[in-house]
Design a protein around this ligand. Structure first.
Ligand SMILES: *Cc1c(COP(=O)(O)O)cnc(C)c1O
Length: 217
């Protein structure tokens, strides 16, 4: 039951931690069940799917783009996206800025930091994040705001490994927090969010523990 799952997870989160309900591959009827239980923040990993759902669903939903973003897709979500979690290049930020400007808004973003031991995960090294934040070309962007970091731990049963990776990201986040006015550290999914919380996560992205297993993704 979506409503009960939401309630149970929310009661396990500290008050300052935001829950993003990851609804990728799930139909709008399922999202509405969570909406009717009072939930407003949903995460999707494909721009097309998120835009289709935005069109069909109530407009007070906060849509989070949690997947890897192609630059040519930014224009479709620029009118409504609430937070883009997976930003990993200056080129992408420049495009987000351009499309945000066209829509007369400022779009909030998180830089995705590479913390896992897997080849397939996207993201930047800490040095690349720092470089980017100090780049004049970035500082000149007026319609995009980087408000924190996002990371995904290795997909493993090894809790010590996951703990190490989240701790690494939290340490890096704390180094940048005051200087750049960061307020969001997005880490933790269904299988590892309790470890993320122990390491100071402020935003968890949870799908299957709310909506049940996905058939494919
Ligand atoms: C799918 C996804 C999630 C949620 O995964 P669950 O295991 O279903 O909780 C979180 N973050 C990202 C980036 C995802 O792609």
């Amino acid at each position: 039951m979506i409503k009960d799952n939401l309630k149970n997870i929310k009661s396990s989160l500290p008050e300052n931690v935001k829950l993003v309900a990851v609804s990728k591959t799930k139909p709008v009827e399922e999202i509405l069940k969570a909406y009717n239980a009072g939930h407003r923040d949903f995460g999707e990993n494909k721009v097309q799917e998120m835009t289709d759902k935005w069109e069909q669903l109530p407009k007070d939903i906060h849509w989070h783009m949690i997947g890897h973003v192609q630059r040519n897709k930014v224009k479709y979500m620029a009118p409504f996206v609430h937070l883009i979690h997976g930003v990993d290049s200056l080129k992408l930020l420049i495009e987000i800025n351009k499309q945000a400007k066209k829509n007369n808004r400022t779009i909030n973003c998180l830089m995705q930091v590479y913390i896992a031991k897997e080849e397939t995960k996207f993201g930047l090294d800490p040095e690349e994040v720092t470089q980017l934040l100090e780049d004049t070309a970035f500082k000149n962007l007026e319609n995009v705001r980087v408000i924190g970091l996002m990371g995904m731990a290795t997909f493993t049963e090894n809790k010590e490994q996951i703990n190490k990776e989240f701790n690494f990201l939290k340490t890096f986040y704390d180094q940048l927090k005051n200087k750049y006015g960061f307020k969001v550290l997005s880490m933790g999914m269904s299988s590892d969010y309790s470890i993320a919380l122990l390491n100071g996560s402020t935003m968890v992205r949870i799908g299957s523990a709310i909506f049940g297993e996905r058939n494919y993704d």
